[in-house]
Design a protein around this ligand. Structure first.
Ligand code: SAM
Length: 283
C-alpha cells in the first residue's frame, strides 16, 4: 500500500491539465496558473495547444507527447521530473488520459514516486451525460468502439446486458453505421447524440436507436453518443402487473426479496402488498 499526499509531498509533480472541448472560457483559473508556473508543457498536437496558450497569453516552449511518440517523449518527461522540474501534460481537448494519451506516463510517474496531480475541467462524456436526460446514476464509459465492423459487433454484444447507461465517443463518419449495429444488437433503446458540445452549433438529438439510425444524415463536428441501459424502460414500466414487474427484476439477476423491495419502492406500495401479488396470496 502507498499513499500520495499531494498537499504535503514536495516532489516534482506531473500535472494533468484539462483543457476546453470547444469553448475557450471553459479553462479553469487553476489550469491557467498551473500552465504559467510549470517548467515544461507536453501536449498532443503543439499547433492546437499553442493556440490555447496564445489565447491565455502564456509564452512557453511546448513539447509534443502523443500516441506515436509517447515512449520517447515519456523518457524526457521522467528525466525532467528527476531533475526536480514540474511538468504539465495536456491533450488537444478535454481531460488528458480519457481516450487520449497520458495513462502510461501517469503509471510510470507513480511507480517512481513522483506526485501526479489531476486538474479537473471539461470532459465531453460527462458534459453530454448530464444534459442527456438519460439515467446518470451508474454509467459505463466505453470511449471509441473499434472501427472494424466485426470487432464493433463483438464489443457491442459484450455490452448488451450491461445495466448501466452507456457512453461512447464516435466519429461523424461512423455514427450511422454504429447506430444501425446498435439497434440490431441492443434492440430498441433511448439514445442521445450530443454534438459540438460547448461550441457555437451545439446540438442534442434525442430519439430511439431505430429512429436515429434511420434519420441521421451526414453530420459535422464531434459527438458523444449516450445509450440507455438494458431493459431500463421495462424495469421502470408500470404497464405490467406487479407480479410481472417483480419477475423482470428477477430475470436480470435480482434476488426475489430484493426484487419485491424494489418494485414496492418504485410503485409506492407496501412490501407486503408486492409480496402477496408475487406469491398470488389473497389479500
Ligand atoms: N479527452 C477528451 C475528453 O476528456 O473528453 C476526449 C478526447 S477523444 C480523442 C475525442 C472525442 O471526444 C471526439 O471524437 C468526440 O467523440 C468527443 N468530443 C470531444 N470534444 C467534443 C465536443 N465538443 N462535442 C462532442 N464530442 C466531443
Amino acid at each position: 500500500m502507498k499513499i500520495n499526499k499531494n498537499f504535503i509531498d514536495k516532489k516534482a509533480t506531473l500535472y494533468l491539465v484539462s483543457t476546453p472541448i470547444g469553448n475557450l472560457e471553459d479553462i479553469t483559473l487553476r489550469a491557467v496558473n498551473t500552465l504559467k508556473s510549470v517548467d515544461l508543457i507536453f501536449c498532443e498536437d503543439t499547433r492546437v495547444s499553442l493556440k490555447l496558450l496564445n489565447h491565455l497569453e502564456i509564452k512557453k516552449k511546448i513539447y509534443s507527447y502523443h500516441e506515436h511518440n509517447k515512449i520517447k517523449q515519456g523518457k524526457l518527461i521522467i528525466e525532467a521530473l528527476k531533475e526536480n522540474k514540474n511538468v504539465a501534460i495536456l491533450s488537444d481537448a478535454g481531460m488528458p488520459v480519457i481516450s487520449d494519451p497520458g495513462y502510461e506516463i501517469v503509471k510510470e510517474a507513480l511507480a517512481l514516486d513522483f506526485s501526479v496531480v489531476p486538474l479537473p475541467g471539461a470532459n465531453a462524456a460527462l458534459t453530454a451525460l448530464i444534459a442527456s436526460g438519460i439515467a446518470p446514476n451508474s454509467f459505463t464509459f466505453f470511449g471509441f468502439l473499434d472501427s472494424k465492423e466485426s470487432k464493433k459487433r463483438k464489443q457491442l454484444a459484450s455490452l448488451k446486458d450491461c445495466r448501466h447507461t452507456l457512453i461512447f465517443y464516435e466519429s461523424v463518419h461512423r455514427i450511422k453505421n454504429t447506430l444501425e449495429i446498435m439497434y440490431e444488437v441492443f434492440k430498441e433503446r433511448d439514445a442521445v447524440i450530443a454534438r459540438e458540445l460547448t461550441k457555437k452549433f451545439e446540438e442534442f438529438t434525442f430519439g430511439k436507436l431505430s429512429e436515429l439510425a434511420q434519420n441521421i444524415q451526414q453530420l459535422k463536428g464531434e459527438l458523444v453518443l449516450i445509450v440507455s441501459a438494458s431493459d431500463s424502460e421495462e424495469l421502470l414500466s408500470f404497464d405490467i402487473s406487479i407480479k410481472e414487474h417483480i419477475e423482470t427484476f428477477i430475470e436480470i439477476g435480482e434476488k426475489t426479496n430484493e426484487a419485491i423491495k424494489k418494485v414496492a419502492k418504485l410503485r409506492r406500495i407496501s412490501k407486503q402488498e408486492a409480496y402477496n401479488e408475487y406469491h398470488n396470496l389473497k389479500k
